[in-house]
Design a protein around this ligand. Structure first.
Ligand code: FAD
Length: 400
């Protein structure tokens, strides 16, 4: 149902007419996110540029009893930015400034619409590093990352977004602006309210500024590909590497179908004739990197890798990592509708789970590509949580 003219006028007086969309054709792109089969057209989409404008929109929506859904880039895979009926989408992509990099305190302040990759690039200009790197980092926003507590390819060693959030500015449901956390490394007194907002998927308030912790940029990195004829061998290599007290920054897995699709899409020289590919990357001091790379190669071979290849240079390493980031897009090219599931199991059960996916695909005549952060999980917490995340992508057409 269209919004009353008076409400549209009130929104325009806060934001300017160009920052308020109400025409059906303009609203369609904001009716869905990365989640298949969830769609709902909003009544309006607005683009605030300041925290005050966000607060004023929230106050207006509260008075008019208009539901608000906050949106970053809409890459979410859990439907969080899909509007509710009769709702207003508050899209923060125009609040995209990186406000400052404080190289003395190793922090970065940004507006919520700043693109994740831009944040790491800004840190890199100071020799610093923002490690969380969701596969979507070229388009996802930092506000979306915080709201989803996103992980990424480097999660095994560096953790997830929560581990880098030092402070937040948020607009609460009644339009008040609140600040939680600060630049102090030791900030232990009282409730950690910022942590409530991390992973809250926009349900508690709207994040309007983020203060992030940065770390020194690793001086060196080495990227390798291990190729397997048995998926189980790749899973066992992951366990063996961690058991050897090596925490690589990346241990990513692609099954044959994913590797074939990625290669067709990105042409990076991924092998397509093996059952599993493990993308392994270690970073840090050059001597440590060299030592770990030798050990990881030996462990991969010991656990059945038929070949282990090292990236020739940084450019090739980057190409391999971005090929992995493109796995979802590459698989999605197969069929018009693609369902992506995230599954987490204890690392020891990975081979069983992958085997189950393969047998399910064959029993129901589906094409399923499996890939993911094979070494990822809550290792930094306790051994009960030793878990790995794997994605199974199912282009929705029976194998022809
Ligand atoms: C190809 C691909 C690869 C991906 N890889 C990964 C991955 O490796 N790891 C991972 O964790 N996720 C991954 N994702 C999922 C997704 O990209 C992340 O969840 C990302 O953080 C979403 O950011 P966004 O800006 O697109 O947020 P949106 O999708 O717009 O929003 C996501 C949620 O955050 C809320 N939100 C957004 N901005 C704010 C804000 N400023 N204040 C309060 N709430 C807000 C929304 O209401 C919604 O609930 C991937 C998605 C795709 C399509």
């Amino acid at each position: 149902m269209p919004l009353p003219e008076s409400t549209v006028g009130a929104l325009a007086s806060i934001l300017g007419t160009e920052a308020v969309l109400t025409r059906a054709e303009d609203l369609i792109p904001y009716s869905f996110d990365g989640t298949a089969a969830l769609k709902q057209r909003p009544d309006a989409v607005v683009f605030p540029r300041t925290s005050t404008q966000v607060a004023e929109c929230v106050q207006l929506a509260a008075r008019m009893k208009l539901p608000i859904v906050t949106r970053g880039s809409g890459t979410g895979l859990s439907g969080g930015s899909v509007p509710v009926p009769g709702g207003l989408v508050l899209c923060l992509v125009q609040m995209n400034a990186i406000l400052d990099v404080d190289a003395r305190n190793l922090t970065l302040r940004a507006q919520p619409g700043a693109i994740t990759q831009r944040i790491d690039e800004a840190a890199a200009r100071h020799g610093l590093f923002y490690p969380p790197d969701p596969g979507s980092m070229r388009i996802s926003t930092i506000g979306g990352n915080v709201a989803e507590n996103s992980g990424g390819l480097r999660g095994l060693k560096y953790g997830v977004t929560r581990d880098y959030v030092m402070g937040l500015e948020v607009v609460l449901a009644d339009g008040r602006i609140a600040r939680f956390g600060n630049q102090c490394v030791k900030d232990v007194a009282g409730y950690s309210l910022k942590d409530l907002f991390i992973g809250s998927e926009g349900t508690l308030g709207i994040i309007t500024e983020v203060l992030l912790k940065l770390v020194p940029r690793p001086a060196s990195r080495k990227t390798m590909l291990a190729l397997y004829d048995r998926i189980e061998d790749a899973a066992e290599t992951v366990s063996a590497i961690v058991a050897a007290r090596i925490i690589p920054c990346t241990l990513e897995f692609l099954d044959r179908m994913t590797a074939v699709c990625v290669e067709e899409y990105a042409h990076v020289g991924l092998p397509t004739d093996c059952e599993a590919v493990l993308l392994m990357e270690t970073d840090g001091h050059p001597a440590v990197v060299a030592d770990e790379a030798v050990q990881m190669e030996a462990l991969a071979r010991k656990h059945g890798a038929r070949d282990v290849r090292a990236a020739r240079d940084d450019a090739e390493a980057l190409q391999l990592a971005s090929a992995r980031r493109n796995a979802f897009a590459a698989l999605a090219r197969r069929r018009p509708t693609t369902i992506l599931e995230d599954v987490t199991v204890p690392r020891s059960e990975l081979a069983t789970m992958v085997g189950f996916i393969v047998s399910t695909a064959s029993a129901y005549g589906l094409q399923i590509g499996t890939f993911g952060h094979m070494g990822d999980g809550n290792l930094h917490r306790d051994c009960r949580c030793r878990a790995a995340t794997t994605r199974a992508v199912c282009p929705l057409t029976p194998v022809g």
